[in-house]
Ligand binder design. Structure first.
Ligand SMILES: Nc1ncnc2c1ncn2[C@@H]1O[C@H](COP(=O)(O)OP(=O)(O)OP(=O)(O)O)[C@@H](O)[C@H]1O
Ligand SMILES: [Mg+2]
Length: 1028
């Protein structure tokens, strides 16, 4: 099942496909199993999934794992990422899902969490715990200095495994000690410290191994991997066969184990963790000394006493353990007895000496192992010890990996301890899951039919009960005066526990079952099954016998590690020695887990199987691990529960009434929400503080809805955020604009104000100047005067008179009156000059004529003003002009007598005028003879040319009428060089008709031009008045 969190659009599809994948191979949560009461169906589901390499299956929050014993590629970094932050039910079961969920629960709920890993030996518990650690190491945030801690945390594993793991028949890397490790996280969720607690190291393995098994790995690693120099120094040979403690199982080499490589790993890990070279040396000395102890032999001396026969070993032992050789020799062959307050030394028998030697080997190894753990803890510790520090800011996740139930053919004290420990764990498990489940329903006020399950309290009581418990009896027997033995212990057991349903001995059993229990055995019917324990060695092992004198010798050791392991007070203290090791250990385990597991997150039950799915084995474990019971409880109950607040917080977006916030009571909010989601009544129940959902399916669909809703939520968030961001941006810009605007406006206004002030100053100066304008130049008026002058001149400059005719001239300020006149004149002259330069000859002529006309007629003749704009022409008779270059005009000539009007042409040449009629010269008038010309002041066209008439031949004055009188007279005057006098008469012109005889022309004004002869014989001309 692959969850692609990439493209938004695909999320829903992927969700659906995950849903189908959930059910593709069997069910991935046993809670969904149809036939949940059937063990066969249960196993079948496991088988089907195992067949598809799906090794993980949930029972609610419990993860069941089937050891595949092969590398499945499901632990990559990509897998870790896939499970990170994803809800438990959203993705296929995996140890990473459990790890992630626990981590998130720790972070969100701020409570310590614990992952309890349980299962048979070889089931894969240690592997799982390593995977969990790796998950945290990879996915948790980490800073540089924390990475050292992470490395140490990871590196502590190979060291502990080298010293505490061994090859057994079931597992090539079987943990021979129980381990509770917790990782401390800071408020950011980064790992900041760790702590390891070790339980029940199987010390007996140091001196004895069953056939096919090995001693602890470290011995073989040292012999295989240690450099030759090192081995020589330790007095060892590179051959495991040479050492008595390594040959018992006849199995020095294992194909799956590479001791040489492991040695290198361990050496490196020791350095990473921070062991000093001296400490490592001491550690190796101790390991070597254990091997030498094993080879230490006893024999009969000359005097029949028991003595050490292997001198070289003794030599090495004294060197490696840092003790006095003679004292050690003495201690290994004698014991100190205190009788009646006196100390006595008594020699040991051969068997006793061997037992003392073995006890020493076990004690040295066991305590060194504890020292190792302490050392590792020191290197992992975060400032204070986790348990002593205030836990305000940090939380821990605990990992309990303790070897599972062990049932061998021959089971001894060790198996008893282990199995009892598992029994306790099972009880814890029951308490935490089954019981607490029921209790929770009760507390929440939810009716629930109680499920029958096997409560193993009865077995725990059998073992640990006060006075009547197995352990109490063992303790008593150990301390009892007299000759207590294993057999007497067995008898005592039979006496006290006889009749207990879970306790059977040969004597107590009936005929049928008697065969199954030998005489030196007792059988305990554990929750997981029946186990026969041989009582042989129970007493000794419980006492953990180490003679006082041997202890004394070791306490004197100058080896640093040993002196830390064996305290001198132990031998000086006269108190009864702690014999019952196990009682101590068990209470430790129990109280410890109890105090730490504030919230049990998940319990993992790996089911061991070899690659082939061994049904019998699986059935056995399903039964022993109580999985069916667990499932029954889960199914009877509810698959999911959450506090109202958490539930509402997560799903409130699915209901419009609860989104974005529910204001009322939380319970009402949840009720509204589930109603909206369409939950059927049988699917859920509402408790006092929590909602209980019966089927995971219901939750799945709600989760799917949430997933489908998420893009919209994301969109809303994005829009709001973007809106907020853009608005903030806008406000920033707006603010900036306002600042710029105000600065700009300020500047403009200041400029304006400056200008205004300037203007005001000027106006003020101006007004003042105006007031003082008539005074002499003084500071008050100088500006005004200058300005006046300047503006007058500028005005002239900009707007000078445009034409010579324009006589206007601006009025100058008083101070410039004179200059103005000069300027005006200059200007006029200039204009005239320019005008004159521009003027054409014809025009000049015209002008000259006009001037003449003006001189003659201006203000004299009524028709003059009208004639001014009319241009004088060269000739009115064009032919004449072109032929003779003289002026010609058609005129009417009136006879002097009778005033007959005759049409004539008047031609003016440069020296005379002539009257022509039909190309005949009628009269020639030399200008020299022309006395004057008379014209009326009216607008008529009459003129009289006064010609002297002394000569009779010569005609007298000529009366002419023409249209362009002014032009004709002007031409005549011009041509006659203006010597001709023009008379302007108001009402009549007198002219000479003949010598002494005069004619008169009367002029009157009338409406129109009329020429008539009046009674007086005068010619009467009526002319209209053109100008008033
Ligand atoms: N998830 C897994 N994938 C592949 N192989 C595994 C897995 N888990 C365990 N194994 C195999 O099973 C062997 C035993 O596992 P492990 O040592 O964890 O068992 P254990 O439960 O700790 O046993 P013990 O109680 O003896 O310590 C490992 O050496 C490994 O080969
Ligand atoms: Mg293990």
């Amino acid at each position: 099942c692959v969850l692609d969190l990439g493209g938004e659009g695909r999320v829903h599809l992927v969700m659906e496909s995950t849903l189908t994948a959930r059910d593709r191979v069997g069910v991935q949560d046993f809670v969904l199993l149809e036939n949940y009461t059937s063990e066969a169906a249960f196993i079948e589901n496991l088988r089907r999934r195992f067949g598809e390499n799906l090794i993980y299956t949930y029972i609610g929050s419990v993860l069941v794992s089937v050891n595949p014993n092969k590398d499945l590629e499901i632990y990559s970094k990509a897998h870790m990422e896939r499970y990170r932050g994803v809800s438990f039910y959203e993705i296929s079961p995996h140890i990473y899902a459990v790890s992630d969920n626990t981590y998130r629960a720790m972070r969100t709920e701020r409570r310590d969490q614990c992952i309890l890993i349980s299962g048979e030996s070889g089931a894969g518990k240690t592997e799982v715990s390593k995977k969990i650690l790796q998950y945290y190491a990879t996915t948790c945030p980490v800073t540089d200095h924390l990475s050292t801690l992470r490395d140490r945390l990871l590196q502590s594993n190979p060291v502990l495994e080298a010293f505490g793991n061994a090859k057994t028949l079931r597992n090539d890397n079987s943990s021979r000690f129980g381990k509770y490790m917790d990782v401390q996280f800071d408020f950011r969720g980064a790992p900041i410290g760790g702590h390891i607690l070790n339980y029940l190291l199987e010390k007996s393995r140091v001196v004895h191994q069953n056939h096919g098994e090995r001693n602890f790995h470290i011995f073989y690693q040292l012999l295989e991997g240690g450099e030759q120099d090192l081995l020589s120094k330790l007095g060892l040979e590179r051959n495991a066969q040479k050492y008595q403690y390594l040959v018992k199982g006849c199995c020095p080499r294992v194909s799956s184990i590479n001791d040489k490589n492991d040695w290198r790993t361990v050496r490196k890990a020791l350095t990473v963790i921070g062991f000093h070279e001296d400490e490592v040396e001491d550690l190796l000395n101790i390991i070597a000394s254990v091997l030498h102890l094993g080879n230490t032999q006893f024999g009969e001396g000359k005097n029949g006493e028991n003595q050490i026969t292997t001198e070289p070993q003794l030599k090495y032992l004294s060197k490696l353990l840092g003790v006095d050789g003679a004292a050690l020799r003495e201690a290994l062959t004698h014991k100190k007895i205190t009788a009646k307050g006196e100390e006595m030394i008594s020699p040991l028998s051969f068997e006793q000496a061997v037992a003392a030697r073995d006890a020493l080997a076990k004690a040295v190894y066991g305590r060194t192992f504890t020292w190792l753990v302490v050392k590792i803890n020191q290197s992992l510790a975060f400032k204070d010890d986790v348990y002593n520090s205030s836990k305000g800011s940090s939380s821990v996740i605990g990992l309990l990996d303790i070897y599972g139930f062990e049932v061998f053919q021959h089971n001894s004290f060790e198996q008893f301890c282990i199995n009892y420990c598992n029994e306790k764990l099972q009880q814890l498990f029951i308490e935490l899951t089954l019981k607490s489940e029921q209790e929770e329903y009760e507390a929440e006020g939810i009716t629930w039919e109680p499920v029958k399950y096997f409560d193993n309290k009865i077995i725990c009581d059998l073992v640990e009960g006060k006075h009547k418990g197995l352990i109490s009896i063992l303790d008593e027997e150990c301390l009892r005066p007299g000759e207590p033995s294993d057999i007497s212990f067995l008898e005592k057991l039979e006496d006290t526990l006889g009749g207990h349903a879970h306790f059977v001995t040969h004597k107590l059993s009936n005929g049928k079952t008697r065969k199954a229990v030998s005489r030196e055995e007792f059988k305990l019917i554990h929750y997981a099954g029946e186990v026969n324990y041989s009582v042989n060695g129970f007493l000794d092992k419980n006492k953990d016998l180490l003679y006082r004198n041997l202890k004394e010798v070791i306490c004197q050791s100058n080896c640093q590690v040993l002196s830390q392991c064996f305290h001198r007070e132990e031998v000086t203290d006269q108190k009864r020695p702690e014999t019952v090791r196990y009682t101590h250990t068990h209470t430790h385990t129990h109280t410890h887990t109890h105090s730490l597991i504030c919230h049990l997150s998940v319990i993992i039950h790996p089911v061991k199987s070899i690659r082939r799915f061994d049904e019998a084995l699986v059935r056995h474990q399903v039964k022993y691990l109580g999985l069916m019971e667990n499932l029954r409880v889960r199914r009877a109950g509810f698959a999911y529960r959450r506090h109202y607040e958490t539930f509402l917080q997560r799903y409130k977006s699915l209901c419009p009434r609860t989104w974005p916030n529910w204001q009322g009571r939380l319970a009402d909010g949840v009720a509204t929400l589930v109603q909206h989601l369409g939950y059927k009544p049988e699917e859920y129940k509402l408790g006092k503080t929590k909602i209980f959902i019966r089927f995971p399916k219901t939750l799945f669909s709600t989760e799917d809805s949430l997933e489908a809703r998420r893009p919209a939520l994301v969109l809303t968030l994005q829009t709001s955020w973007r809106g907020y961001r853009e608005r903030a941006k806008y406000l920033r810009i707006r603010q900036a604009v306002i600042v710029i605007q105000s600065a700009w406006r300020g500047m403009i206004s200041r400029q304006k104000a400056r200008r205004r002030r300037h203007a005001v100053d000027i106006i003020r100066k101006f007004i003042k100047g105006f007031i003082y304008r008539h005074y002499e130049r003084c500071p008050e008026n100088e500006y005004f005067l200058d300005h006046q002058r300047f503006s007058f001149l500028m005005m002239l400059f900009r707007n000078p008179p445009k034409s010579v005719l324009d006589k206007s001239w601006p009025i100058p300020p008083p101070c410039l009156t004179e200059a103005s006149e000069h300027l005006c004149r200059l200007c006029m002259r200039n204009m005239m000059r320019a005008y004159c330069r521009r003027i054409q000859p014809e025009w000049k002529k015209q002008m000259e004529q006009k001037v003449v006309a003006s001189q003659i007629f201006k203000d004299q003749k009524d028709s003059y003003p009208q004639s001014v704009p009319k241009l004088f022409v060269a000739s009115r008779l064009s032919r004449v002009h072109s032929l003779t270059q003289c002026y010609g005009i058609a005129v009417t000539k009136y006879d002097r007598r009778g005033y007959k009007a005759r049409p004539r042409q008047l031609l003016l040449t440069s020296s005379f005028a002539m009257l022509v009629a039909e190309a005949k010269l009628k009269q020639r008038i030399d200008y020299a003879t022309l006395r004057s010309i008379s014209v009326s002041s009216l607008s008529d066209g009459f003129m009289v040319l006064h010609v002297p008439s002394e000569d009779n031949k010569q005609k007298s004055d000529v009366v002419l009428q023409c249209d362009h009188l002014i032009e004709v007279v002007t031409k005549l005057a011009t041509m006659a060089d203006k010597k001709i006098k023009v008379n302007m008469s108001q009402d009549s012109i007198t002219f000479a008709v003949a010598r002494g005889k005069e004619g008169v022309i009367d002029f009157t004004s009338g409406p129109e031009l009329k020429v008539a002869k009046c009674k007086k014989g005068h010619l009467l001309v009526t002319a209209p008045k053109l100008n008033p």
